[in-house]
Design a protein around this ligand. Sequence first.
Ligand code: NIG
Ligand code: FE
Length: 404
Amino acid sequence: MLKAYTDLNQIVTLKGAHQKDGRSLLPADLSIVSNGAIVFDEVKILWVGETDRFPSQYRPLAQSLKGHVLTPELVDSHTHLVFRGDRAQEYADRLNGVSYEQIAQRGGGILYTARMTNEASPEELFRDACERLERIHSYGVGTIEIKSGYGLNFDRELELSLTIDRLKKKYQNRIRIFNTYLAAHDVPASFSDSTAYLRSVVLPLLEKLAPSGIIDAVDIFHEKNYFSTADVHLLFSRSQELGIPRKIHADELNDNGGAGLAADHEALSADHLLKISEAGITALAASSTVATLLPGTAFFLGKPLAPARKLLDAGARVAIASDFNPGSCHCDNLLLVASLAAAQLKLNQSELWASITLNAAAALGMKNQGALIPGMAPRFSLFRTDSVSHVTYNWGRNLSVTLP
Ligand code: NIG
Ligand code: FE
């Protein structure tokens, strides 16, 4: 069915950003059409331009959206939203001087959330996740990546991946969900080391899930006291053979050479990068791997932000995501995180918008969305305001509205 919107105060097409592969962006690469109109069907955009030049054959379809701004759909490309319980006590402990790493060493952190999650029924987990998804969607986010990773044993990790698949099916008409397999999130105390856990749980479950086609990517927490470089090679080599894309939690707490590993394995994205080295920056810039920054996590852990400007100036493709999870970033509001971070990371407006649309979609291997140009998927976010600047200028306020 054809649809058309007219009289939009602005359509932020990101056409320039798309032509440049989301790299080395200048403010003009937002490619704004003022007083814009757009025509689309279920699968693609057919026409974009000024309302004054709106083709007359589409006139009967036109819905006026005066007073609104249309952007490519917001994409949150890194969340851990299937979990039970909270870590408010750990948060208080962190404010009182205990570090994230120390909390993990005493059996808290991810292992604590795994214990809580394992006590919950699949139905409870599904219900909580639906509530979180609805809230995130109300901010204008229409595509969202969800990681498993709080089960940490064969049966519960299987169940978490199936829960994400169930969410994907339930919301398929409204929200595009990307299912990431992160059983390699932490190592349960019952295993002698990370490789033993990887070989007895993570890899066998990957073999079971791969033929079902429900896994969109694998991920691993590559970090001291979590998973080693050898573990990453093991997991990534097998997923490459199985044709499953790769993502990695890289160089978050230490420089572990994770960015270079991601580039070598042609990962979709390398995420966090607070401690990325110069060599890592060069490797990502020369690759198709998206550098995904999670500034909400740095804010929440009180750590220095990732070197965004260096990555951007080197020519890397940069995305921003929320990292919504109960421990290191208990914030589900992508626009709030990105609005705050843009000033701190010194992003121009094109870099900011590309990071949460076009480049975030690329971090999920979705090449058909993120720019409002003919041929691309009709995935938009709509804001009730006069200009795109207002959307982030009003940081913390939700100006997103439902599409008619
Ligand atoms: O991306 N770094 C590893 N995983 C999450 C933290 C999850 C947690 O603390 O529960 C992250 O920050
Ligand atoms: Fe994460």
